[in-house]
Design a protein around this ligand. Structure first.
Ligand code: HMG
Length: 377
């Protein structure tokens, strides 16, 4: 008898717990990557095709991660049938903390009026922090400790690299908020696949403004984590067939080409047909990375921006996966199933509004924002 795999046990969803409501918030500025290419003397094709990025979302001088987290949370609450009195846990996954002690959740709780018998905290593990917060909230509900209360979970980040760093074209910002309660929007499988290995692929020492990155090594860590998690989830050698059985597959998106590279790696390692990976990428992955291409890497929010796009309009019962990767590094793969209200795609208006109203920066304005503008004589 073969051992059951996580994919075999996908039916073991948590029927009473999942995503009840979703909210997304994007910042008020953006830069075309063609403009960044001109500024940095790069070939625009490198950013557009080599990385798969088109635009980056940027905060103006007056906004930041707190505003993004608050706006996403308010939007998730506004379209939920419950109220703030029904919240018993508020957690923010972020690597853009604004204080070493006070959790980002306190700013959000203050803005939306959450207080009392509420567990409130921040979670950090690079881009994986939002997924960890979501998992904890689901397990808290499943354990019975929630006593019927709902959780508000937010993944929010502002991702900036040092000007001229190779990571600069992948910058971005955004937030996704979830109400974790009845699975109106999505059921989340109880069992997940996890893989972690201590590494210095991307890190930001305390007191430094920008991350340090071992770029090429980080790509290898991500690829290894993808293969390991898919292997656990599907069973040895069975990932290709298991992926084919899904309606959509979402991955952490540091830049879209990273996801394509990881899927190619899986295809090669598992001996798939030569063009399987690129074909699968086009069919099941790329259609839910359109928002990522306009937002850039929003760290903890990046995967969930892709999931939010993938879930919208799905029929009840359609299945997808969410692969989360955070440098350092830790990873987790979750199975999800569209719920009865996924088809409404109510949160699409958040993204449409924010993309439509944001202001395009020209090169001079971007240089000014990054503190690189020439001082007036
Ligand atoms: P780079 O070294 O400047 O770029 O930075 P490159 O020279 O490797 O070129 C990139 C691609 O563009 C290559 O494609 C080139 O061939 C192609 P590939 O060979 O790899 O398929 N290219 C062109 N294509 C078309 N026309 C052209 C052209 N020129 C070149 N003219 C790097 C790339 C990713 C290293 C950099 O952007 C970086 O350091 N990024 C940050 C690190 C990162 O995103 N890592 C991803 C995995 S780690 C992760 O996901 C965690 C993270 O989100 C953080 C967290 O967890 O908190 C980052």
């Amino acid at each position: 008898m073969t051992n059951p795999t996580l994919n075999d046990t996908a039916h073991k969803t948590a029927p009473e717990t999942g995503i009840a409501s979703l909210g997304v918030a994007l910042p008020s500025l953006f830069l075309e990557l063609d403009d960044l290419a001109e500024l940095r003397g790069a070939d625009p094709a490198k950013f557009r095709f080599g990385l798969g990025c088109h635009q980056m979302a940027l905060c103006d001088a007056e906004e930041g991660v707190v505003d993004l987290a608050q706006r996403a949370a308010q939007r998730a609450l506004d379209r939920w049938s419950g109220s703030v009195e029904d919240i018993g846990l508020i957690a923010v996954g972020t690597e853009s903390a604004v204080d070493m002690s006070r959790p980002l959740s306190a700013w959000v709780a203050e803005a939306i009026g959450v207080r009392g018998a509420v567990r409130s905290y921040e979670v950090k593990h690079a881009c994986y922090g939002g997924t960890l917060a979501l998992r904890q909230a689901i397990e808290w509900r499943r354990s019975g400790a929630a006593r019927g209360k709902a959780a508000l979970v937010i993944a929010a980040d502002v991702a900036l690299y040092a000007p001229e760093d190779p990571g600069e074209p992948t910058q971005g910002a955004g937030a996704v908020a979830f109400i974790v309660a009845e699975p109106e929007v999505a059921r989340v499988d109880l069992e997940t696949a996890v893989f972690s290995e201590p590494a210095f692929d991307f890190w930001r020492p305390v007191g430094e403004d920008f991350p340090r990155v071992d770029g090429k090594f980080s790509l290898d860590c991500y690829k290894r984590a993808t293969l390991e998690c898919l292997g656990q989830w599907a069973g040895d050698g069975a990932a290709v067939d298991a992926l084919e059985a899904l309606d959509a597959a979402c991955f952490h998106v540091p830049f879209p080409k990273m996801v394509q590279k990881a899927v190619r790696h899986v295809g090669e390692e598992l001996g798939a047909e030569a063009d399987w990976a690129d074909d699968y990428f086009k069919r099941r992955i790329a259609p839910s990375m359109g928002w990522n291409q306009k937002v850039g890497n929003a760290y903890t929010a990046s995967l969930w921006i892709s999931v939010a796009q993938a879930l919208g309009g799905r029929a009840d019962g359609e299945r997808l996966i969410a692969f989360s990767y955070g440098s350092g590094y830790g990873s987790e793969l979750l199975g999800l199933e569209a719920g009865p209200r996924a088809a409404d795609a109510a949160w699409f208006t958040d993204v449409e509004q924010d993309l439509e109203s944001r202001r395009r920066l020209d090169i001079a304005a971007y240089r000014q924002l990054r503190g690189q503008a020439k001082k007036a004589a």
